[in-house]
Write a protein that binds this ligand. Structure first.
Ligand code: ZN
Length: 433
């Protein structure tokens, strides 16, 4: 069994107090010991043991990104390719494999996928399990499941969003329709069913309604839970957030119009919330800078301008309210629409920096969102997400202390190593004894 002894580590996670000058021993795929009595602990003359003096560098859990589109690459809003119909599925699979490699290299050791098609996520997960390719731990996504005319009906809307069963989208109606397609998605390998519950957050302007009836939602949730899958939902409207919480949706994405009543409902349901504010902030920054002038197709521009106005209003509201959501104890996680022109795959840590520096969330909380809280979504989530004895050794070696300056995570040159299950997936600098 392989054995790695990290000495003089500054052990940081989102759960325990900081443990400077610690020794951390990894045996096989697990953390065997975390001790702050650095000297003799774990000392060994076994030549198979690798001893590494971290010289005070931080040792922390790998990041868990909880809204991950494996196939997204350079997407421009308002264009049909957002549905992933520009290329054959094989091309998207290649892009997805590339994105998984980028994620692992950037310290993301687990992902919860947001939507997929043609069984791309489950095929990639199988390839990782078989050790054909490298990639993070995965919870595989489903298509985006929509009800007819949910956000985009009518000639003035984005006609391509209503093409029906194409690319990322599958459309159905009625409780039996949703029950059936949820089961089909699970058959294709989905572990997280994605529902489109409201407009808003880049899917048209936010309208105060839910796109699925309570019966449709309940049928989808029951069908997923019966077969051990989670359910996540794209929400922006207050009503859709409340409906999802009441129905027991596991992951509420975006939640733009969250308020006190929503906090209460979400605390009661125990749902996890993905605020994904970083995307909206980047979209608005790009648009205000004129960087996309002339790049949005003319036919989409009117709708896009209305969507932008709605995003401006909703993001301002959530941005000022999010510290209250965090303080109330809502389980929040990181993850966003990386792979668009606004957010490239690889920029994951910038999201953490944004929440600390621009939204005012305490760094320890954001670290917990990005590790422990994300891990909790996995069936074996108690096995990773913190630096503790017995846990899987998904670990990052970082120059600097993210609790005193979270920006150290954003600098790729400071991420010295990424371990997944005790194996070095990336070692940018030769770490030595
Ligand atoms: Zn998304």
């Amino acid at each position: 069994m392989s054995r790695i002894v990290f000495r003089n580590a500054n052990v940081v996670d989102g759960v325990n107090p900081v443990r400077p000058r610690s020794t951390v021993v990894v045996e096989g795929d697990r953390i065997a010991l975390v001790s702050n009595e650095g000297s003799a602990a774990g000392a060994s003359i076994d030549p198979a043991t690798r001893e590494i003096d971290l010289r005070g560098r931080t040792l922390m859990p790998g990041l868990v990104s909880c809204h991950f589109h494996t196939t997204f690459h350079d997407l421009v809003p308002g264009e049909a390719p957002a549905l992933q119909i520009l290329h054959p599925p094989a091309t998207y699979t290649i892009l997805a494999q590339r994105n998984l490699g980028i994620a692992l290299e950037a310290g993301v050791t687990s992902i919860v996928c947001s939507s997929t098609f043609e069984s791309i996520d489950s095929s990639l997960k199988n390839a990782i399990d078989q050790a054909w390719i490298a990639g993070p731990r995965m919870l595989c996504g489903s298509h985006e499941l929509m009800a007819t005319a949910d956000i985009a009906s009518g000639a003035s809307r984005n006609y391509w969003l209503e093409l029906g069963n194409c690319g990322l989208v599958r459309t159905t109606d009625g409780a039996s329709g949703f029950r059936k397609i949820v089961r089909e998605e699970i058959k294709q390998g989905a572990e997280v069913i994605k529902l489109s519950m409201s407009s808003g957050h880049n899917a048209g302007p936010t309208e105060e309604r839910s796109c699925l009836t309570k019966e449709e939602l309940a049928a989808a949730v029951a069908a997923a839970h019966d077969r051990g899958a989670l359910v996540r939902a794209h929400t922006a409207s207050k009503r859709s957030i409340l409906d999802c919480a009441q129905a027991g949706v596991d992951i509420i994405d975006h939640a733009d119009r969250m308020d006190e009543e929503c906090i209460e409902a979400v605390l009661k349901s125990g749902s996890t919330v993905v605020p994904s504010l970083f995307y909206m902030m980047r979209v608005l920054e790009f648009m205000d800078s004129g960087a996309l002038d002339g790049k949005i197709p003319a036919g989409a521009s009117t709708m896009f301008q209305r969507t932008l106005a709605s995003m401006r209003e909703d993001s301002a509201q959530l941005r000022s309210f999010l510290p209250e959501v965090d303080a109330a104890g809502v389980k929040l996680v990181c993850g966003d629409d990386f792979g668009t022109v606004f957010l490239q795959h690889g920029e994951y840590a910038s999201e953490l920096v944004f929440y600390v520096k621009e939204v005012g969330i305490p760094p320890k909380d954001v670290l917990r969102w990005a590790t422990r809280n994300g891990a909790d979504l996995f069936a074996n989530g108690d096995e990773f997400g913190a630096v503790e004895e017995g846990k899987l050794a998904d670990l990052l070696v970082v120059d600097g202390d993210p609790l005193s300056d979270i920006a150290c995570l954003e600098d790729a040159t400071k991420l010295h190593a990424v371990l997944k299950g005790g194996v070095f997936e990336s070692e940018r600098t030769a770490l030595s004894a």
